[in-house]
Ligand binder design. Sequence first.
Ligand SMILES: C[S@@+](CC[C@H](N)C(=O)[O-])C[C@H]1O[C@@H](n2cnc3c(N)ncnc32)[C@H](O)[C@@H]1O
Length: 355
Amino acid sequence: MNESEAQVAALAAYFARHSAVPLAAQRPALLFRPPAGLDAVAELRPGPCVQSHKPTAEALQQSGWQVLDAPRETCRLAIVFATKHKEEILHHLALAAEALEEGGSLILVAANTLGAPSLERRLGELTGRTETFSKHKCRVVRAFKADAQLNPALLADWKRGGELRRLPATGCYSCPGLFSWKSLDLGSRLLAARLPADLSGCGADLGAGYGYLAREALQCAPGIRELHLVEAEGKALAAAQLNLADVAGTRRLHYHWADVTAGLPLVRLDFVLMNPPFHAGRAPLPALGRAFVREALRLLKPGGRLLLVANRQLPYEAEIRSMGGEIGSAEETQGFKIIQATKVRQADAQARLSM
Ligand SMILES: C[S@@+](CC[C@H](N)C(=O)[O-])C[C@H]1O[C@@H](n2cnc3c(N)ncnc32)[C@H](O)[C@@H]1O
């Protein structure tokens, strides 16, 4: 069981044991960052949830959940699922506490590996009183909203801590929960420093994050006339729009909240840039990076260029060749490799296997 599955199983066990928890007194609960697979929690009826990760959001919508980017209404029960970013969890706890009506319940579900004991303590600091249930190496912590006991300074602090803002250290807008949110990734910096000034035409940044690589490309290559930023995390895309506002000029920018591995409606690109992901949550998932590489080659026109940075040990070369790419240069430095490849032929359609 991975952390998400364990959290869902722990919540199901909690409801099975605590049938008296007012399951929203017939109103649906408000969920923050729920994983897909909530059908396992029989007591939960689909309702509103805050989820900005596209593949998860789509899976939830297919099960009848209403995906929001922020709470719209008050609720009697709010459930926050822990993620790997502490500031993001605290931000969601603050939003949940704010959305709750007086006397409502706030439930935090956190795997021990995501810091459950310390999160339980923090939630107690915010609300004054908590109850805990442990199962599947997770804690399910229930707090009660009583305005008289709520710590307003902490609530304001946690809320602010998760918001999008410009960080002096990077010069970029970002927020907790995004890849490398408060320091520029070394791999991306190495690729940025090697971006050719003659990149031109229409291209894409796959897994664009908060837009750092795209920004660097637009700044160094005036011949870029159009750029597609594709990113699964909606908050990253919102940050990218702010980060590119002053470098776009007359170039056309397109923002796609999309899963790269699901296939993109783009064709005949002149270039693709990327620092492909190879994790799902905290678990390594090298197949994800390979799927990115296949999609990048598929989108390029013959003669189109791929510029990619990856950890040195990740084996993308075979993927590039199998999709009709020819590697022009592969430089290794500081634990990374920067690959420049050209698409020389159309790949066999069969080669584009799903993950
Ligand atoms: C290694 S980061 C690179 C971010 C950015 N390009 C940079 O260089 O700073 C990979 C990005 O891919 C995004 N990502 C992960 N899975 C994705 C998917 N299936 N589709 C689209 N983007 C995805 C992540 O949210 C993350 O922002």
